[in-house]
Design a protein around this ligand. Structure first.
Ligand SMILES: [Zn+2]
Ligand SMILES: [Zn+2]
Ligand SMILES: [Zn+2]
Length: 468
């Protein structure tokens, strides 16, 4: 194995993770296209495997949510154990297998081209001139089209069966891919034996591949093909819909031991013991609010914050954002040191009073972004656990790849009543309705008549509107 190129560590999370197709330039600019290998392959070259690896990180709530015991940073640098030192590499496999010669248009699988043992560059033996070290190579180019399915499987375009061969044709002689004009109509697959020829017009449309079914292959994993009933579709190798990472991220906010939870300590056993959450508002009004150390807090706000806390505790693998919001909103824990979470609440400027109800300067914050899976053809919402996603590894591992990002910023909480009266202004409602319709149209164009998803997407856009 030979290193073929470098990507930045964060790029593994932004579209170059396991299963992604990545383009590199090899020696003398030779184009090399690979699919990034699954997570098991990260340990092929590692001395310390799995979560014993030095480049592991932790985030307890995100681990609970994703049901793993830790995360691994994409490998960089050298790994040292005693005197042994090995470069950390991310493995990748050649994909697609079919290549074309830019000079003679020959179109064939990788094994038919010339190459050097252990090197990924391929060249055309008939078009390259000279011998030995002085050979002037004409490099074969990975084909632009690949075939995938909604389950994320990946296979080569059916080049050999694309032209309508004569019955007598052996279908064993090379093909040619001839470019004679603009667009896919000008690109023809030609059989050098029976001279059958067919252009690629419409090849990327749904159903264009006819009755073939998906091969069920996952070439980024060392796994036998699965049975797959999806209809395969051809796409461009570098198209944006070839890979959508499914990323879950979480902030490092203090656990529930923060000040708010502490202030509730005396009431907590009774809160937990309530038969029904609908009794909470009355309980807060009668028992908690009269003794609450912050007399300006309204009982209904107090109830809402307690409910948020209860919701997180109810559902340990649920949404982590309510707690993150709560921590940023409530000003964080008092007294305790949280090295990765430092914030300081600010005075709201006079002009913005009534618009904002909380302004917090975030001085230090850590975010962990984990890659959970990926999809092809259409993206899915990270929180949508029912959506089908393609796996990063052959079997479930106790870790996932992740990166950590440290930063600072400003937390702004709008006054909810100001936002809802803004939402009800006729101009705003009108503009939102137009944006809603446009989003629905775009989604339908992309996904056909998948109504469930349309409703989901619109709701998300809608919610973002007040903060824009
Ligand atoms: Zn050639
Ligand atoms: Zn033929
Ligand atoms: Zn499939």
């Amino acid at each position: 194995m030979k290193p073929i190129g470098k990507i930045r560590r964060s790029q593994v999370l932004t579209g170059n993770g396991p299963g992604a197709i990545i383009d590199f330039r090899g020696e003398n600019g030779a184009p090399v296209s690979v699919v990034a290998a699954g997570l098991e392959a990260w340990d092929q070259l590692a001395i310390k495997k799995g979560l014993l690896n030095d480049q592991r990180i932790h985030h307890e709530p995100l681990q609970a949510r994703l049901q793993v015991n830790g995360f691994r940073l994409p490998p960089v640098g050298d790994e040292k154990v005693g005197r042994e030192k090995r470069p950390r590499l991310l493995p990748a496999y050649r994909f697609p297998d079919w290549h074309v010669c830019p000079k003679c248009n020959l179109l064939q699988r990788s094994r038919f081209w010339s190459s050097e043992i252990g090197k990924p560059e391929l060249w055309c033996p008939s078009c390259s001139s000279g011998r030995g070290k002085r050979v002037r190579k004409v490099h074969a180019i990975p084909v632009r089209f690949i075939v995938t399915c909604p389950a994320g499987h990946l296979q080569d375009f059916p080049w050999m069966s694309w032209p309508k061969h004569a019955e007598s044709c052996s279908r064993k002689k090379p093909l040619k891919l001839i470019g004679e004009g603009a667009g896919l109509k000008g690109l023809k697959v030609h059989c050098t034996e029976c001279k059958a020829e067919r252009d690629l017009d419409g090849a990327l449309s749904p159903g264009a591949l006819g009755k073939i079914s998906c091969d069920g292959r996952s070439p980024w994993l060392k796994m036998p093909p699965e049975t797959c009933s999806h209809q395969p579709v051809a796409i461009q190798r570098g198209a944006s819909n070839a890979y959508f990472p499914v990323i879950e991220s979480a902030l490092d906010v203090p656990p529930f031991g923060g000040s708010f939870r502490d202030m509730l300590e005396d009431f907590w056993p009774d809160i937990i013991a309530l038969d029904d959450r609908s009794q909470l508002p009355a309980f807060v009004r009668k028992r908690i609010h009269p003794l609450w150390p912050e007399p300006d807090t309204r009982p209904e706000d107090l109830t809402a914050r307690i409910l948020t806390l209860l919701t997180i505790l109810d559902n340990k693998t649920g949404d982590l954002r309510p707690n993150e919001h709560l921590m940023l909103y409530s000003g964080g824990p008092d007294g305790e040191e949280f090295p990765e979470f430092q914030i300081s609440p600010q005075q709201i400027p006079r002009d913005l009073q009534g618009v904002l109800d909380r302004l917090v300067s975030v001085e230090r914050l850590r975010e962990v972004r984990a890659l959970r899976a990926f999809t092809r053809l259409s993206p899915v919402e990270a929180a949508d656990n029912s959506a089908f996603v393609a796996p990063l590894s052959e079997r479930r591992l106790n870790w996932l790849p992740a990166i950590e990002v440290r930063g600072e910023g400003i937390f702004i909480n709008f006054d909810e009543s100001a936002v809802s009266s803004w939402e009800n202004e006729p101009d705003v409602a009108d503009r939102a309705a137009k944006a809603h319709q446009a989003a629905e149209r775009a989604w339908q164009d992309h996904n056909g008549s998948d109504r469930g998803r349309v409703a989901n997407a619109v709701e998300i856009l809608w919610r973002h509107a007040p903060g824009m």
